[in-house]
Each structure stands twice: as C-alpha cells, then as structure tokens.
Design a protein around this ligand. Structure first.
Ligand SMILES: NC(=O)c1ccc[n+]([C@@H]2O[C@H](COP(=O)([O-])OP(=O)(O)OC[C@H]3O[C@@H](n4cnc5c(N)ncnc54)[C@H](O)[C@@H]3O)[C@@H](O)[C@H]2O)c1
Length: 284
C-alpha cells in the first residue's frame, strides 16, 4: 500500500483478546508489528512480529519499545471494572508512559478507549463525540483520563490520537446491550487501519460499534474524517438476544449497564415517588 507508513506499529495488550486478534489480522495484512504485554503471548507469534514482555507502568521499558515506531496501538491495561488501586498503574501511569513515548517518537496513538467513559448517560439519550464524559467505574474513569491526556498532548505537543470508544468487541454479542454496541473483529481491524492511515486526524473520537439496527445511543463522531464505516451487523443475533436484558433497573437505565449498577449506592426513586437506597453489590 503506497500510503502505509514504513515505521513499525507498537501494539500494547498484544496477549489480550483484542490484541491477539489485531496481531494476527494486521500481520496478515502486511503491517510491521512490535508486540508487547505484561503476560506471555499465549500462542505462536504471527509471522514477522516480535514480542517483548513489559509492564506499562515501567516507563523506561515502554520508551525502549516505542523507539522508532510510527504509531502506538494502545490496547493494554485493565479492561474491566476493578478497584482504583488496581487500575492506576496500568491504565493511568501506563497511559502517561504511552503519551510521553509518542511525543518523543512523533508517533500517533490509537487508543482503545471505551463506551464506559460515558456510561452514566441514560439510554433514552443520543450522545455524540462532544457529550460530557460520565464515567461509570474506576475503569471508565481511567479511560476518560487517557482521553484527556490525548487532548493535552494534542493541544500542547501536536501528538495525534484516535480515541476508539469501543462498545462490545467479541466474536458474537451475548445479550440485549451488547447487541446494540457490538463491534465485530473485522470492523475493529478496519477501524484501526484507518486510524493509522487517515491524514490529519488531530484528536478524534469514534464510537466503536458495527452497523447494528438496535443501536440508538450514539451519534456524530469522526468516522468520516477517518474514512471508516462499519460493514458488519449484529442484526442476525437479534431474535435470540433482544429480550435478554439485565434484571437490574440501574443497569437497564444507563448506557454502561452493569458497570453503572456495580457498587451503586445513590437513593433510587421508585415509580411511586419514594426513595429507596439500592444495596451496594461490590466495594469498589
Ligand atoms: N473487548 C471489548 O469489548 C472492549 C470494550 C471497550 C474497550 N476495550 C479496551 O480494549 C483493550 C483490549 O481489551 P481486551 O478485551 O482485549 O482486554 P484483555 O484483558 O483481554 O487484554 C488486555 C491486555 O492488557 C494486558 N495488561 C494488563 N495490565 C498490563 C500492564 N500493567 N502492562 C502491560 N500489559 C498489561 C493484559 O495482560 C491483557 O493481555 C483494553 O484497553 C480495553 O479496555 C475493550
């Protein structure tokens, strides 16, 4: 491809679910990849890739791995709702190391952000890429921090970023919520490629979902600037999953689902107008 950068891409979180998929898919498309994760790579390495085990919290290691890279695909870190202390080293300190390295290398960052940066928007809303960040968990908060770090580095240092607010990226959706926000692996691969190749992205946000008829929550974003449109759809799963809802009214009320319900302790207004305190299910 004539417009493909000659420099390698650094992929963090390469041993994770999305990382393993991207490593294989991008290597098969001819990208030059440097892979890293704190865990060992759990399978045979894709051809012509190199893997280095490293902790995102180790700034010197991240700096060495990023040396000479044209873009960093940042998919590493805690990927679910966890206590604050667990999230800080990989997701907050780690994101800082990624941006410091990107600045030094003049590399673009493709950030695996999350729908959970905006999880406390109600499902009756339709939000676009400038809607307020309303994180639903310490995990969502750490992704919101990384998005703000991206904005700081764009405004101050002209480090470009594409912030992928990924919905539910898995081989198949599993319930009514994931039916709405499902992102197929193939659509993710095409999105990441466009995020690397598109010129002059600045600091751009894209909602990461396929063309799902069920999705009504997310509006305008930077996909046209990237030249990306999803091609897959969760519609073939709708008959089985459309009624597969959570029994929790908080999870059903907000876009973030269970992440909003987890540890929720605010008084809930019942249909009869009385206030009930919802019991907290977890401590974090
Ligand atoms: N899968 C989804 O639907 C989804 C949705 C929204 C956002 N995301 C984001 O996409 C990325 C990948 O998600 P995933 O589903 O593949 O998660 P995953 O948990 O399978 O992969 C994350 C990887 O990060 C690695 N990691 C954790 N701590 C680390 C550290 N300190 N240093 C280096 N590596 C570390 C883990 O070992 C793991 O291999 C994550 O950033 C996640 O938040 C995923």
């Amino acid at each position: 491809m004539a417009d493909r950068p000659l420099k390698p891409l650094l992929l963090t979180g390469a041993a994770g679910a999305l990382g393993r998929h991207l490593a294989a898919a991008l290597a098969a498309k001819g990208w030059t990849l440097r892979l890293t994760d704190i865990a060992a790579f759990p399978a045979a390495l894709p051809p012509d890739t190199i893997f280095s085990q490293a902790d995102l919290a180790d700034g010197a290691a991240i700096s060495r791995l990023a040396a000479g890279c044209g873009a960093i695909l940042h998919f590493g870190g805690i990927a679910r709702d966890q206590p604050f202390d667990a999230v800080v080293p990989p997701n907050i300190i780690g994101a800082h190391h990624i941006y410091a390295a990107a600045r030094r290398e003049r590399a673009r960052v493709v950030l695996a952000s999350s729908n959970h940066v905006a999880g406390f928007h109600e499902r009756t809303e339709r939000i676009d890429d400038v809607a307020p960040l309303l994180p639903d968990s310490y995990y969502g908060l750490s992704k919101a921090y990384a998005e703000l770090l991206a904005r700081l580095y764009w405004e101050k240092h002209r480090v470009e970023s594409v912030l992928l607010r990924i919905g539910s990226c898995a081989p198949e959706p599993w319930d009514a919520r994931s039916l709405q926000i499902w992102l197929s692996y193939a659509d993710l691969t095409r999105l990441v490629e466009r995020a690397v190749l598109a010129p002059d992205v600045g600091c751009a946000v894209v909602w990461g979902s396929s063309r799902n008829a069920a999705l009504s929550w997310w509006g305008k974003d930077a996909r046209a600037k990237l030249g990306w449109e999803p091609q897959d759809s969760s519609d073939r799963f709708a008959a089985h999953l459309a009624q597969k809802r959570s029994a929790d009214p908080i999870a059903e009320r907000y876009m973030g689902g269970d992440f909003c319900a987890n540890g929720f302790s605010r008084p809930v207004v019942a249909p009869d107008g009385t206030k009930k305190k919802k019991p907290s299910r977890t401590k974090n």
